[in-house]
Design a protein around this ligand. Structure first.
Ligand code: SF4
Length: 262
């Protein structure tokens, strides 16, 4: 019988999240029970926008809506499996992609996220793929995208997974690409990343594939991001007000611009 921390953490997750909903551990903005990883990632773009989304509901600028629909199609092949099955599959050592919820605490603030495309092999997470569709350059990676992948990796480590082989990858794809071209995207990326790592060139870098651009690096904790996350959490714990975007170009295409106080 295998007794590992990650098994216990997964088994007790539902209860932990239910308890947090009933009685939150810390007081957070908008009475939230926890902070979502994807919201922290969006804070890097505009913190005030995140706050307005929580207050008034999500509003999409037209181009963003298309991106979100594409993202759903990319993920449609992956369904969440129940935790019992997930644990069995990981313990068996087989190679597979999984979609599941992760949770951890950062200085007592509960943080929760959903991993879309985590590739397990030999009982360990090997790749964590974060797919982003864009109308802009594929070879550009934004701070928030990098932070999101790093926080997912950090969540896995805090939950007790062996992250010694974990490679984080932000996969950028064109928003106007035919949806069929997204099929097998994750498998293609993993095959290519295996080759790169076998050649000993996989520490950090990027690679242009057929229809996508992969930005990758070996997981090594939160590194320089730790202080930044601590500062970002000050908004969630009500230590300060949300900050507007510094770059006013972002405001021109923002769905909240008509009623933003920024
Ligand atoms: S209008 Fe600008 S400052 Fe206001 S929420 Fe949108 S991006 Fe942020």
């Amino acid at each position: 019988m295998v007794h590992e921390k990650w098994i216990e953490t997964l088994r007790t997750q539902n209860r932990r999240l239910k308890d947090l909903k009933k009685s939150p551990k810390v007081v957070l903005v908008h009475d939230l029970p926890w902070v979502r990883i994807r919201d922290i990632s969006d804070q890097f773009y505009c913190e005030l926008k995140v706050d307005l989304e929580l207050k008034f509901g999500k509003k999409y600028a037209p181009e963003t809506k298309k991106g979100s629909e594409i993202h759903k199609k990319v993920d449609s092949s992956l369904r969440r499996v129940n935790l019992k099955r997930l644990i069995e599959d990981i313990v068996s050592g087989k190679s597979f992609f999984a979609k599941f919820t992760v949770d951890f605490e950062f200085e007592e603030v509960p943080i929760v996220g959903v991993l879309d495309q985590t590739f397990f092999r030999e009982g360990k997470p090997f790749y964590l793929l974060e797919v982003k569709s864009t109308n802009h350059k594929l070879d550009r990676i934004y701070e928030g995208e990098k932070a999101q992948a790093m926080l997912y990796g950090f969540a896995l480590e805090k939950m007790g997974f062996d992250c010694s082989k974990l490679c984080l990858a932000v996969v950028k794809v064109k928003r106007d690409l035919d949806v069929e071209k997204y099929s097998n995207l994750a498998v293609r990326v993993v095959q290519k990343m295996d080759l790169i790592r076998d050649l000993g060139k996989g520490k950090v870098g990027n690679k242009e594939l057929k229809n996508e651009f992969v930005h990758f690096w070996e997981y090594n904790g939160l590194e320089e991001l730790e202080g930044e996350i601590r500062e970002k959490l000050n908004y969630w714990t009500k230590k300060r007000s949300p900050k507007p975007a510094q770059n006013t170009n972002k405001c021109k295409r923002c769905a909240y611009k008509d009623f933003c106080r920024g």
